[in-house]
Write a protein that binds this ligand. Structure first.
Ligand SMILES: O=C(O)CCC(=O)C(=O)O
Ligand SMILES: [Fe+2]
Length: 202
């Protein structure tokens, strides 16, 4: 990983990253072409976070990189640009798809997640506003070596690959050390509470 890239991630995260996250531990993202028209998905929107207290800070940075040309409608990950800024007054962020459910109380997200909304191109073609936050679905497309650094609170999703080529990207998550520790402690507490409840029932 080039040091300038790690420095950029550090700067965006605003605090030290978990040291073990400095080892490369990337996931390959491959999706095969499907003979179906491309459209903005309604199911599957999520964040890659466990349940966390919302401290109003960037919990980490998720890197997405193109290993090959990723053309528009070619299966690039879709993100809701601006979605990290709309839950400032909520005490929690995550986990995963529950985050999308929490956003459902805002009409924009209710429509994005609804099977009843059939004119789905508008999420890509027209920005929407909630207060001073501009929201728009953006496809992560590019050429080999292009890198996107995304706030981990940003809602995102896999998208159909309507091109003729497999989509080849790679992703890696860089969590802040303080947030990672908190997330692990939160998980541990929940596991302990549920095993205690199971023991009491037994
Ligand atoms: O396959 C995709 O483009 C989405 C993958 C994803 O959600 C992730 O890597 O966190
Ligand atoms: Fe994800």
């Amino acid at each position: 990983m080039p040091s300038q890239l790690l420095e950029a991630i550090d700067t965006l995260a605003g605090s030290a990253l978990a040291p073990w996250k400095r080892q490369v531990n990337a996931c390959l993202l491959v999706s095969l072409p499907r003979a179906e028209p491309w459209s903005v998905p309604h199911a599957g929107w999520h964040v890659d976070l466990g349940r966390l207290q919302n401290r109003g800070v960037v919990p980490g940075i998720q890197l997405f990189a193109c290993l090959d040309t990723v053309a528009p409608k070619g299966g690039g990950t879709v993100v809701v640009a601006g979605s990290h800024r709309v839950l400032d007054d909520d005490p929690w962020i995550g986990p995963a798809m529950k985050h999308a459910n929490r956003l459902r109380r805002l009409p924009y997200f209710r429509e994005l997640l609804s099977t009843d909304v059939t004119n789905r191109d508008r999420f890509v073609n027209e920005p929407s506003r909630i207060g001073d936050v501009e929201l728009q679905v953006v496809e992560l497309c590019g050429e080999p070596g292009d890198v996107f650094l995304v706030d981990m609170r940003v809602l995102h999703n896999a998208a159909p690959n309507a091109s003729r080529a497999p989509r080849l990207m790679v992703t890696e998550r860089f969590m802040r050390e303080d947030i990672m520790k908190e997330s692990l402690a939160e998980n541990r507490a929940r596991v302990e509470a549920s095993s205690l409840a199971a023991e009491e029932r037994a």
